[in-house]
Design a protein around this ligand. Structure first.
Ligand code: HEM
Length: 341
């Protein structure tokens, strides 16, 4: 029978310790893989979640088609500020001076139809699967549903996000792009979120549906870069139409213009063709066709709808993974999406 000498027994103990140490480390690592989300996340706990959300989104789409652009934009604004964690849905506490994200200036014109859609979907999901599905996942599913309902692809949505505990208006301005952002600024902002130049161009294609208020392009049509002239890269017929709807002073603040003058409610690749014909609405849109880094990508999506659809689904998946929270330490599963637990 082999006998362990003092030195070999301490080696044995040390080896056991190492095995134990690395196995717990591995287990912690496995537990810690916090950023993992998956398409089948609710397969056992709430297998009907997509049907439940789908019943609401299709109803909303029939009753108020603007719910589509509203919810897609809501998802984008959620993901870019604090990650895709439904922090955009939190309401400011009554009487509090600390405004929540949704009350930041940049979020003031998010339409109520997007918020309403998520509230309705959450109420239905809670009635069937109480305490299981996060608001952040419902928002990701609803955004995809509306892309599909408007004519885009029905891509699979990964799930498993938890809702965030932080929602602060002060975090908004530096994390969202603006109508007059330069391509350089857009590239930098998207890159800070782990998104490439191609992702920037493809995600901007969401502007194939929806509308913008006059204030977002007023300078562009009357006083571009302080020249007191319109941006020369606008088609003159579009310029005339925009000027008629949006006077330089005294106009109605509620007036909006469609991003895609050709098919404003259809999710297609017309956005890119429009940019090539000087029909972009915002300076940030048209800029993508003027900059040599983004122009070839605009051209290729303008030529190939299937390519745009594939790239858009992949980029939404990527955007939907920004800053996600997992577990009780960083997140919560809200019962009501507008209120922390
Ligand atoms: C690339 C930089 C972007 C800029 C500068 C930008 C800016 C804007 C602005 C100023 C509006 C008009 C808001 C209003 O007047 O009511 C708007 C609307 C919209 N944005 Fe963007 N956006 C960008 C990227 C995105 C992305 C990545 C998505 C989604 C993936 C998106 C989806 C939308 C949609 C769907 C609307 C229409 C909303 C509606 O009609 O209710 N945008 N965007």
């Amino acid at each position: 029978m082999p006998v362990l000498s003092p030195s070999s027994s301490s080696l044995f103990v040390f080896t056991c310790f190492l095995i134990l140490f690395f196995s717990t480390l591995n287990a912690t690592n496995a537990k810690r893989r916090p950023r993992q989300i998956s398409v089948n996340y609710y397969a056992k706990s709430c297998p009907q979640v997509e049907q439940l959300v789908g019943s609401i989104t299709s109803q909303q789409f029939k009753e108020a088609p603007v719910s589509a652009p509203a919810t897609i934009r809501l998802f984008f604004h959620d993901c870019f500020v604090e990650g895709c964690d439904a922090s955009i849905l939190i309401a400011t506490q009554p009487g509090s001076k600390l405004l929540a994200e949704k009350d930041a200036e940049d979020n003031k014109d998010l339409r109520t139809e997007g918020f309403d859609t998520i509230t309705r979907a959450k109420t239905l999901v809670e009635s069937k699967c109480p305490g299981i599905v996060s608001c952040a996942d419902i928002l990701a599913i609803a955004a995809r549903d509306f892309i599909h309902l408007s004519g885009g692809l029905n891509y699979p949505v990964k799930k498993g996000r938890w809702d965030g505990k932080i929602s602060m208006a002060t975090r908004v301005p530096t994390n969202l792009p603006h109508a007059n952002s330069t391509v350089d600024q857009l590239i930098k902002l998207f890159s800070s979120k782990g998104l490439t130049i191609q992702d920037l161009v493809v995600l901007s294609g969401a502007h194939t549906i929806g509308f913008a208020h006059c204030k977002n392009f007023l300078d562009r049509i009357y006083n571009y870069k302080g020249t007191k002239q319109a941006d020369p890269s606008i088609d003159p017929r579009l310029l005339k139409a925009l000027k008629m709807s949006c006077p330089q002073v005294g106009g109605n603040a509620d007036i909006v213009a469609p991003f895609d003058v050709t098919t404003p409610f259809v999710f297609d690749h017309a956005y890119y063709r429009n940019l090539q014909s000087k029909l972009g609405l915002l300076a940030s849109d048209q800029g993508l066709f003027l900059d040599p880094r983004t122009k070839p990508i605009v051209q290729s999506f303008g030529e190939d709808k299937a390519k745009f659809f594939q790239a858009f689904s992949a980029a939404m998946d990527k955007m939907g993974s920004i800053g996600i929270k997992r577990g009780r330490r960083h997140g919560e599963k809200r019962k009501v999406c507008s209120m922390h637990m």
